[in-house]
Design a protein around this ligand. Sequence first.
Ligand code: OAD
Length: 326
Amino acid sequence: MGQQQSIVDDDTPPQVLDERSLAAVADYIKSGQARRIVVMTGAGISTAAGIPDFRSPETGLYSNLARLNLPEPEAVFDLHFFRGNPVPFYVLARELYPGNFHPTVSHVFLSLLASKGLLYQLFTQNIDCLERAAGVPDSLIVEAHGSFATQRCINCRTPYPDDLMRDHVSRAEVPKCRKPRCGGIIKPDIVFFHEGLPEAFFAKRSMAADADLVIVMGTSLTVHPFASLPDEVPDDVPRLLFNLEKVGSLGGRADDVLVLEDCDTGVRKLADALGWREELEAEWRRVVGDEEADRQIQGSKKREAELLAEVERLADRVDDALHLQD
Ligand code: OAD
């Protein structure tokens, strides 16, 4: 099935799975042995929705911001930089704000796991809220890097109303604290560099150790502490990776299965093997509608061109904002 790989020696047999393959993972789930599935996601599960990821060489946000006059591309999400110049962030926020994009088949696969009572916990680094939009219950989601759902002043921490925030973001304007004599900049409760992760991440990270199956999807596993979560899973728990490339320690254990292709394709193969494919496609179309579903399944080449156009447009807007500040 596809490009399944492992870097474990072929002579090392799996300990739990019958073999290192997607079919064997499906059998493991069907046998009822995987009742606590922990999923860890990143930007790669949303690229098919049209949202650029961060680190893909051509279509990633950071490689496109690299040509701008920023100290480094990550500065847009850096608290120190934001204090001095929040405009580039708000230019991006207008484009990336929840509601502009729709879930992928991978997001809906997660809601299917939840509705079947198999999703123990989802840890996401994404701020696009597409897991929620797909129907994954809030209680099963840890938004490890925060989200756009709430916002507050970076000085006095006073919360700021949602409707005013939406208005400002839609105009790419920087909202300021309404408290008398404060006037600090308002920031969504997204985790920036130099900020701690939400309490929920630390309260729930031990659930990774209780999993009986772990699925890692669409993340480069470069930003800690999230990146070390898959390593907290015991050695005898199968780990399945859906990603374009090998990442972290995945592939180094006897029961690691790597599916190195786009995650929607991999997820569809898993759904086929589980006998859930029809249900998955029907639920996805119900959530996003036929037009969006057809848009997403058009050829991956066209999708890459669209992503490239989107990320170049975003970078140009940030560039304009930087020049306006000059
Ligand atoms: P990255 O951009 O670092 O990694 C995305 C991964 O997904 C890469 O390994 C890609 O190869 C892969 N990928 C892209 N499209 C894919 C597809 N359709 N199917 C499968 N794989 C695909 O994004 P994250 O790992 O999410 O933090 O980045 C982690 C954090 O870095 C983000 O949360 C953000 C960023 O700085 C903050 O802003 C705090």
